[in-house]
Design a protein around this ligand. Structure first.
Ligand code: JFT
Length: 219
């Protein structure tokens, strides 16, 4: 309903570059022209009463039925939480359709007949699906081969070993008396890697013990 919302997210940084370089293609579909009547209406009052409005089926059917060959994802607070494995899976699909709704939601028959997967950005409440779609597009873009900033090896990936990232530092080596950990200036790459691994482990234990529960490497 708001294609102009995506101008920023699609125009800059990793996603902007991926599109410029022809590695990623994004087509925005404005729902408004598919609306009903002279006012191109997209919403209506909910059957059974209650507050707010619901997106009608006709405009979405018109748009989504011809896209049946694509993987059609609806962003919704009721969906399965989006994780890195969701993005890994989506990044290898040739074409994916993200449906971004507004109002109180979408007529259930749209979901039943024109949606392949329901996904949520997370357990907090936004006003629509656009932020989730922008997050997904950026998360996918950085996984695509040839995208600048895409580490060639998943070895340098966040969550690569299911742990949080270690702290990182750059120049100056001292600022207001706050020193960079000595080990990082030592040039001893074996000890540096061991230190980083230990930092990832400790950080994850402290901040996200839930991530350790599902790990294979620990016994
Ligand atoms: C919110 C959303 C996600 C995700 C899609 C559509 C309407 C507004 C709304 C809010 C609360 C309850 C409807 C959406 C999201 C998230 C996605 C819609 N709304 N019902 N909010 N928060 N993490 N993905 Cl369509």
């Amino acid at each position: 309903m708001f294609p102009e919302w995506f101008e920023g997210p699609l125009g800059v940084s990793i996603v902007g570059r991926a599109i410029e370089d022809g590695i990623l293609e994004v087509e925005l579909i404005d729902l408004r022209p598919h609306g009903l009547g002279r006012h191109k209406q997209l919403d209506d009052a909910p059957f059974g009463g209650g507050p707010g409005m619901v997106m009608r089926i006709e405009p979405l059917a018109e748009v989504l039925e011809p896209l049946a060959e694509t993987h059609r994802v609806l962003f919704t607070p009721s969906g399965d939480p989006m994780t890195q494995s969701t993005l890994d899976r989506w990044s290898s699909l040739p074409e994916i359709t993200f449906v971004c709704g507004r109002y109180e939601g979408i007529d259930q028959r749209v979901i039943d007949h024109f949606i392949d997967e329901e996904t949520s950005l997370g357990d907090y409440v936004l006003a629509g699906g656009e932020v989730a779609a922008a997050a997904a597009i950026e998360g996918i873009a950085r996984l695509l081969p040839g995208v600048v900033g895409n580490p060639d090896s998943t070895e340098f990936e966040s969550f690569r070993d299911g742990l949080l990232e270690e702290p990182v530092y750059t120049r100056p080596a001292e600022f207001r008396g706050w020193k960079v950990p000595e080990i990082l200036l030592s040039g001893d790459h074996a000890r540096i890697e061991a230190w980083r691994a230990e930092q990832r482990r400790r950080r994850t234990e402290e901040r996200r013990p839930d991530l350790l529960d599902g790990l294979q490497s620990e016994t």
